[in-house]
Design a protein around this ligand. Structure first.
Ligand SMILES: Nc1nc2c(c(=O)[nH]1)N[C@H]1C(S)=C(S)[C@@H](COP(=O)(O)OP(=O)(O)OC[C@H]3O[C@@H](n4cnc5c(=O)[nH]c(N)nc54)[C@H](O)[C@@H]3O)O[C@H]1N2
Ligand SMILES: Nc1nc2c(c(=O)[nH]1)N[C@H]1C(S)=C(S)[C@@H](COP(=O)(O)OP(=O)(O)OC[C@H]3O[C@@H](n4cnc5c(=O)[nH]c(N)nc54)[C@H](O)[C@@H]3O)O[C@H]1N2
Ligand SMILES: [Mo]
Length: 775
């Protein structure tokens, strides 16, 4: 089957409570048959957070294909189009094979010693001079392996001692973590993918799962085409494949999630569709929540969100009367207005209805990137490792003992610096060394003109560690060539807490080195020591780091102590927590209705959902959570940028099924790139017609930050809203022919008060026809 034409492949229907049938998806290099494969090497998919288990085919020392693993709990053999074709990027002739350093304004090839010496010399001078650690910023990814993040976290926190560490996970799933912490006490997904097998209703909150977690969508579609299928609700301003499949589609105006959710919760309370016993026993805050949502009757919600009141009532009935409701939340919430507040309302929905911790009653505050969960767990995003609370002296002491360093070395005097603030410090000049690993901010951050200016400022020493010469690497002072998936060994954890081992299948190209080896080399050269003068980071390889991480995770929600590399070589990935009391892992959290909110255990003392203000330990203790979950309430407030006469349309941004992020990999896989080679803008016919714009016309989209030129697609989105995919930078465009086309030329520098996640889903723009733009 052509998986470009039909990304989801053929249906394998099944009924409630049945086992999802297996279907093994495979793609090998042209002309290569199974018999020609030299060996198969264990791994999992790296182009989304679903965690689909797969084996890598090796032929003559090169990656030559992939095959889904039938025995794994996550995918039962299936793969998505990006995984089927994306591996070809590993073999691209564009791969970086030697380090580069800037000499006389130009990047030139050099050897590792020269490149690392430059980084170490600058680091030493900054660390030993006035201001010390304050000059260092580490900006990492959701695409490295657990072992790499943990090493980076220790290096940054106990070696350098800087609080300025974060990942692109801030752009991605900071809100997932924030909403889980706020409601349940710590990060960690309550649900399991087997909830799809048991549910009787599915609600997709700002999640185009068909395009972005394609194998999870196959599972949902297979239930939809079997007996007793689950009902489906989609909340998305666009007519995505998900919206077309759903029984109720609420095409709300982007930025209005909080108003909608308040309205839905009001209906559920008014109609008596909530579980008062569960609420009384397992939650705090019902009265306040009921009071706030009371102001959102269907007519008011319809007005704010731009949908029909009757549809709001239908949606409320669908989710209010289901017996096993499954919810997934993603970027339509996390990157939109009032991100954490709105995501918490989905938690509230499940708490009010007692729909948590049992089969089918699943709640996924989704992740996006394959290893984002690990960035968060290990503290490479600035959090304290092991989901510890930076504000809890006892948690800090545990880490100081584990690493054998003075407590004062580990930054904890204020919340960790979030990515947007790290970039601000770099702009202002207090951060003087910015080390970027496995992310391409010159395409993915908002307001690109500003980001390019910051990176191009030669007073800021920029290290970029990547596998290609990206738009960001072009502006760096030192470029370090990395090995990637398939060329190195490590573990990573998907959305439903399933941990997979990914083993080295082939050698990296040229002199490229694994990110782990690069971080370990830096630690060695910097000669970081513990309190007794021994090396702070004694590890030499991934398995040693995994063992060290297990010790760090012991007794915490993400307990890995029951896992080993050997055990992960079994038939299926394993869900944490996994320890002596649960040696095979744990399918669902909170099965007994006891949450991680105990003051001595929780990951945060909480924040005000509207302002982000932090509560103190005493304020938190006074609430006496005693294992109950928090029902947080918040009023709707309009987005920071709303349409005006000059910029009358709302811009929203996102993804296509064929491309991954800034396309460094999928743009180099011929089938995927051909399926979506260039950017576009989607417009509703009622918005396009008065502007004289027809399908295919070249148009300009402008915001107060910039202008892009792209082709128009008429349809696919509600009126008043336009959509631009954010994937398209410049790497494949002749420098003389570069026309701005990245969505982030237009987006604004603004973030959610609680999670600090940038707001990519709402900006004000105008669209104009380009004279002679019709082809
Ligand atoms: N094909 C593909 N798959 C991917 C990725 C990829 O780049 N390509 N990236 C991975 C990563 S890192 C991530 S984070 C996930 C993201 O996965 P998704 O969140 O599914 O992807 P997006 O397209 O960013 O946004 C989802 C939807 O939000 C809608 N939306 C916009 N504004 C609003 C709003 O205000 N309210 C509501 N309710 N909806 C709104 C958009 O119309 C869009 O359809 O995908 C992962 N999977
Ligand atoms: N407007 C708008 N902007 C967005 C979003 C949106 O929806 N709209 N979504 C946001 C989200 S959710 C995300 S996750 C970000 C993604 O944004 P980025 O993280 O910038 O996107 P990627 O292209 O995945 O960048 C990863 C980089 O790591 C490199 N790489 C891959 N594997 C390895 C490896 O093993 N080692 C090293 N060292 N490098 C490697 C790749 O070549 C690539 O350059 O974009 C965000 N930006
Ligand atoms: Mo993401």
């Amino acid at each position: 089957m052509d998986r470009i034409e039909n990304p989801w492949g053929e249906r394998t229907p099944y009924g409630p409570g049945e086992r999802w049938p297996e279907r093994v998806d495979q793609h090998l290099a042209d002309g290569l048959g199974d018999a020609g494969v030299d060996r198969w090497v264990r791994s999992a998919s790296i182009l989304h957070s679903n965690g689909d288990a797969l084996d890598i085919a090796v032929k003559d020392g090169r990656i030559a294909g992939v095959r889904g693993r039938a025995t794994d709990r996550v995918n039962h053999g299936r793969l998505d189009p990006k995984d089927l074709y994306g591996w070809q990027a590993n073999n691209s002739p564009d791969r970086l094979t030697r380090p580069l350093v800037r000499d006389g304004g130009r990047l030139v090839e050099t050897d590792w010693d020269t490149a690392m010496d430059r980084v170490v010399e600058r680091s030493r001078a900054l660390l030993d001079g006035p201001g010390g650690w304050g000059h260092f910023g580490f900006y990492t990814s959701g695409q490295l392996f657990l072992e790499e993040y943990y090493t980076l976290a220790v290096l940054g926190k106990a070696g350098i001692g800087t609080p300025h560490m974060d990942g692109n996970t801030r752009l991605c799933t900071a809100t997932s973590a924030a909403a889980l912490k706020a409601s349940f006490g710590t990060d960690g997904q309550p649900g399991s993918y087997t909830d799809v097998d048991h549910c009787d209703a599915i609600a997709l909150w700002g999640h185009n799962v068909a395009a972005t977690q394609t194998v999870l969508w196959m599972r949902m579609l297979d239930r939809r085409s079997g007996p007793n299928p689950p009902a489906m609700l989609a909340v998305d301003p666009r007519t995505t494949p998900v919206a077309r499949e759903a029984d109720v589609h609420l095409a709300i105006r982007s930025g209005t999630n909080q108003a909608l959710l308040n309205g839905l919760l009001r209906q559920i309370i008014h109609k008596g569709w909530y579980d008062s016993g569960y609420v009384a026993e397992h939650t705090i805050g019902f009265d306040e929540l009921a009071g706030v949502v009371d102001a959102y009757p269907p007519a008011r919600v319809a007005e704010i969100c731009g949908v029909a009141a009757a549809d709001v009532e239908r949606a409320a009935e669908l989710i209010g009367t289901a017996e096993r409701l499954l919810s997934t939340v993603l970027q339509g919430f996390y990157q939109s207005n009032q991100a954490t507040a709105a995501s918490c309302q989905v938690n509230n929905l499940h708490l009010l209805r007692g729909m948590i911790g049992r089969p089918g009653a699943g709640l996924y505050q989704m992740n996006g990137q394959p290893t984002a969960q690990n960035t968060r767990e290990t503290g490479a995003d600035g959090d304290l490792p092991g989901m510890r609370n930076w504000n809890n002296p006892h948690h800090l002491q545990q880490l100081a003992e584990l690493w054998n360093v003075d407590e004062m070395t580990i930054p904890h005097w204020s919340p960790p610096t979030h990515a947007m603030q790290i970039w601000r410090y770099a702009e202002q000049g207090s951060i003087k060394l910015l080390w970027i690993s496995a992310t391409n901010p010159a395409v993915s951050l908002p307001e690109l003109d500003r980001v390019r200016r910051i990176l191009a400022n030669r007073d800021l020493f920029v290290v970029v560690q990547d596998i290609f010469l990206t738009e960001s690497a072009e502006l760096a002072d030192v470029v370090l060539p990395a090995a990637t998936w398939g060329e190195k060994t490590g573990t990573f954890t998907n959305v439903d807490r399933t941990v997979h081992l990914s083993e080295k299948a082939v050698d990296p190209p040229g002199e490229a080195r694994s990110d782990l080896d690069i971080f370990l080399d830096y630690a060695r050269r910097m000669d970081f020591r513990d309190r007794d003068g021994r090396p702070l980071i004694p590890w030499t390889g991934p398995e040693e780091v995994f063992e060290a991480w297990k010790a760090c995770s012991a007794g915490r929600p993400c307990d890995y102590t029951g896992m080993t590399y050997e055990k992960l070589r079994g038939a299926s990935g394993i869900q944490w927590p996994c320890h002596a009391g649960a040696p095979e892992g744990t399918e669902r959290l909170y099965t007994g209705g006891v949450f991680n909110t105990d003051p001595d255990y929780c990951e945060t003392y909480g924040q005000d959902l509207s302002t982000g203000a932090e509560f103190s330990a005493d304020e938190y203790r006074a609430k006496e959570p005693a294992g109950r979950a928090f029902l947080h309430a918040a009023d709707y407030r309009p987005s920071p940028e709303v349409p005006s006469d000059e910029y009358p349309l709302l811009l929203t941004t996102g993804r296509t099924v064929y491309q991954f992020h800034t396309r460094t990999k999928t743009g180099r896989a011929p089938e995927l790139n051909a399926a979506a080679p260039d950017a576009w803008v989607e417009l509703h016919p009622a918005d396009a017609e008065p502007l004289g714009i027809a399908d295919g016309d070249l148009v300009e989209v402008s915001s107060p930050r910039g202008t892009i030129r792209v082709h128009a697609r008429i349809g696919g989105v509600r009126s008043g809203v336009v959509f631009v995919p954010f994937h398209y930078g410049y790497f494949d465009v002749d420098p003389d022919k570069r026309v701005p086309r990245a969505a982030n030329e237009l987006t604004l520098t603004a973030w959610d008060a609680v999670s600090k996640q940038p707001i990519y889903k709402v900006a004000a723009v105008r669209v104009t026809a380009v004279p002679d733009g019709r082809e």
